[in-house]
Design a protein around this ligand. Structure first.
Ligand SMILES: [Zn+2]
Ligand SMILES: [Zn+2]
Length: 161
């Protein structure tokens, strides 16, 4: 009988304890809150990317036009999904908050393209560039996957920025 405290020999059933459950490992590498410079949460539970609520931002570009995309909140994952409009994955987009229209703050330029920049999403409603995520505004760029801003800042200082 499932859930019986004792097995058929009358011994207490001790539930198996599993360490390193994959769901807890995943939870550590997923951003669950990202804020615009004004303090709106960009994580949208309505738009899942790679199995987790995505970072939803408004985009605009000369070639892409305007629309809405959801970026993967999983560190190192370049997946995204287009919710509204049509996006050119090779264009440097201007990315803004879908709630207030404020453009995301720029950390630095990205070497992938002339106009490409690494933008910041804050982990707390207050603006702290050291407690943020950073990603390139070109979707086809490997740096479009979110990384911790501290890593981005370290990479920039190592490359002599
Ligand atoms: Zn906002
Ligand atoms: Zn880039």
């Amino acid at each position: 009988m499932p859930g019986n405290m004792f097995n058929d020999k009358g011994r207490l059933n001790i539930p198996e304890v599993r360490h390193g459950d994959s769901s807890t490992i995943k939870a550590e590498v997923v951003v669950n809150a990202v804020y615009c410079p004004v303090g709106h949460n960009l994580i949208s539970v309505n738009h899942e990317v790679s199995g987790f609520p995505g970072i939803t931002v408004r985009f605009s570009g000369k070639k892409s036009g305007e629309g809405l995309i959801s970026l993967s909140a999983v560190f190192g994952d370049t997946s995204y999904c287009v919710i509204e409009g049509d996006v050119d994955p090779d264009e440097a987009l201007s990315l803004s908050c879908p709630h207030c229209g404020t453009e995301l703050d720029v950390l630095a330029s990205c070497p992938c393209r002339a106009e490409a920049v690494t933008v910041l999403g804050y982990l707390y409603p207050r603006k702290d560039p050291h407690q943020a995520i950073a990603f390139c505004n070109v979707l086809s760029c490997p740096n479009s996957a979110v990384i911790r801003s501290g890593e981005a800042i370290r990479m920039l200082s190592e490359s002599g920025f």
